[in-house]
Design a protein around this ligand. Structure first.
Ligand code: GAF
Length: 385
C-alpha cells in the first residue's frame, strides 16, 4: 500500500502532469496541560510520526483545485468566490486562503492534492496538521515571508474564524514547531517555549484510540471556553488583575466562585489545577521522576472527567484498564475530548502484553475494536520534495 507521501505525489502527477512542492505537517500528542491553551496557560505537546501531506503547485488564474486523495473527492473554487463547504475537509484548506487574503498577502490560485495518516477524530489534531501544511506550502509557493510563528497563528485564526472552533494555539504550534525527541513546554500567552528532551529509556508513548467521536465535541468545546471566560469575569470583580484563568489561584477560585454555578466553579477549578499540575510535572521530568509524572497524568484524567466533563464512558473505561497494569506509568484522555485517544506511558518490555490486555478488555466491555499507535516524536512542518 502507498504511504501518504507517495499517494499525494503520484495523484498530483497523474492529475496535473507536473512536479509539485510536497509539504508534510504532523499531528501531535500532548503529555499534560489539557484545555489550558485558550486559558493562556501552559501545554506540553510534541509533533508525532503521523502527518498531513500536501502536494501543490501554482496556477496563473485565481482558481483553486483541491483533491482529497484518501476520500477520492475533489472540489473547485476560487480566490474570489469561496465559501464554507458542507463536505468539511475543504474548510481546513480554505480557512488558510481566507486568512492570507484578509492579511493582503499576494497569492494566486493553486492545484493541490492532500492526504494524511493522522487518524481523524482521534484527538491527534489532524485538522491543525492540514491547516499548517497548507499555510507552510502557500508561504513557500508565493514567497510570503511568513515566520513559523506567523504560520501557527494564521492556522489557529483560520480554525477560529472560518471553521468556527474557538481553539487555542497548542495544536498548530506543536505541528509547526515540533522537534524530534523533544516535547515543547509552551507558554500560551507569551508564546515563549522551551524544548524539553523526552527520550525516556525503556518507555513508549502509547495511544489507545477509543474509535468513538461523540457529536458534542466542537459545540461543547466552545461552551467550555465561554464558561472559563465567565469564571474570569466573576473573579475580576474582586481581582481585576486576573485577565485569564492562567492568572488565577486556587484560593481565588474558592473565594470568588464557590457560590457561582457548579459548572463554572468546576471548570475553573480544573483549569487552575491543571496549569499548576503541568508546572509540577515539568519539575518531575527534570528530576527524572517519571513515576510522579505518570501519576499526574491520572490526576489530569480525573479532572477532565469529573470537573471539566469532557470525557466519555469509553475513555474512562480505557483509563481504568490502564490503572490495573503495573507496566503503565500514567494515562489520560488527550485533546478536546468526547472521544479520541487515551495517551499512556508504557514500559517497553511489557508493551505487547499490555496492549493485548487493554484491547481485549475494551472489546469484552464495549464490543468495539480499538486502534493502538506507538508514537515517536518527530520534527514539525517540513518540505519533502
Ligand atoms: C483541541 C484544541 F484544538 C486545542 O487548542 C486544545 O484546546 C485541546 O483541544 C485541549 O487541550 O485539540
Amino acid at each position: 500500500m502507498k504511504n501518504s507521501h507517495e499517494l499525494v505525489l503520484e495523484t498530483f502527477k497523474e492529475k496535473f502532469n507536473k512536479q509539485p512542492l510536497v509539504v508534510c505537517s504532523p499531528g501531535r500528542v500532548n503529555l499534560i496541560g489539557e484545555h489550558t491553551d485558550y486559558n493562556m496557560g501552559f501545554v506540553l505537546p510534541a509533533a508525532v510520526n503521523k502527518a498531513a501531506y500536501i502536494a501543490i503547485s501554482k496556477r496563473d488564474d485565481d482558481k483553486i483545485v483541491l483533491v482529497a486523495a484518501d476520500m477520492d473527492d475533489e472540489i473547485e473554487t476560487s480566490l474570489s468566490n469561496y465559501s464554507f463547504s458542507e463536505k468539511g475537509w475543504p474548510n481546513y484548506v480554505i480557512c488558510i486562503v481566507d486568512q492570507l487574503l484578509k492579511a493582503n498577502k499576494q497569492i494566486k490560485g493553486f492545484n493541490a492534492v492532500i492526504s494524511g495518516d493522522v487518524p481523524l477524530g482521534a484527538g491527534m489534531s489532524s485538522s491543525a496538521a492540514l491547516e499548517c501544511a497548507v499555510a507552510f506550502a502557500l508561504n513557500e509557493l508565493y514567497n510570503l515571508e511568513l515566520s513559523k510563528m506567523d504560520i501557527a497563528k494564521i492556522a489557529q485564526k483560520g480554525e477560529n474564524e472560518f471553521v468556527g472552533v474557538k481553539c487555542g494555539i497548542m495544536d498548530q504550534f506543536a505541528s509547526v514547531f515540533g522537534k524530534k525527541g523533544h516535547v515543547i513546554k509552551l507558554d500560551c500567552r507569551s508564546l515563549e517555549y522551551e524544548y524539553v528532551p523526552f527520550e525516556l529509556k525503556g518507555i513508549k508513548i502509547v495511544l489507545f484510540d477509543s474509535m468513538v467521536k461523540h457529536s458534542l465535541a466542537s459545540s461543547e468545546y466552545n461552551v467550555r471556553s465561554s464558561q472559563c471566560q465567565e469564571g474570569v469575569s466573576i473573579i475580576q470583580q474582586k481581582y481585576p488583575e486576573v485577565k485569564f484563568l492562567r492568572d488565577a489561584t486556587i484560593e481565588m477560585v474558592e473565594e470568588c466562585l464557590h457560590d457561582a454555578s457548579p459548572d463554572i466553579y468546576n471548570r475553573c477549578k480544573y483549569v487552575v489545577e491543571e496549569n499548576n499540575r503541568l508546572l509540577a510535572a515539568c519539575a518531575d521530568l527534570e528530576a527524572g521522576n517519571i513515576e510522579a509524572f505518570g501519576q499526574k497524568m491520572y490526576q489530569t484524567h480525573t479532572g477532565l472527567s469529573e470537573l471539566y466533563e469532557v470525557s466519555c464512558p469509553e475513555l474512562d473505561f480505557i483509563v481504568s484498564c490502564t490503572k490495573k497494569e503495573e507496566a503503565i506509568l500514567g494515562a489520560r484522555m488527550m485533546g478536546g475530548g468526547f472521544g479520541g485517544c487515551v495517551i499512556s506511558l508504557v514500559k517497553e518490555e511489557h508493551l505487547d502484553e499490555v496492549i493485548k490486555r487493554v484491547k481485549e478488555a475494551y472489546f469484552n466491555k464495549l464490543n468495539k475494536g480499538m486502534n493502538v499507535y506507538i508514537s515517536q516524536i518527530e520534527d514539525g512542518t517540513r518540505i519533502l520534495a
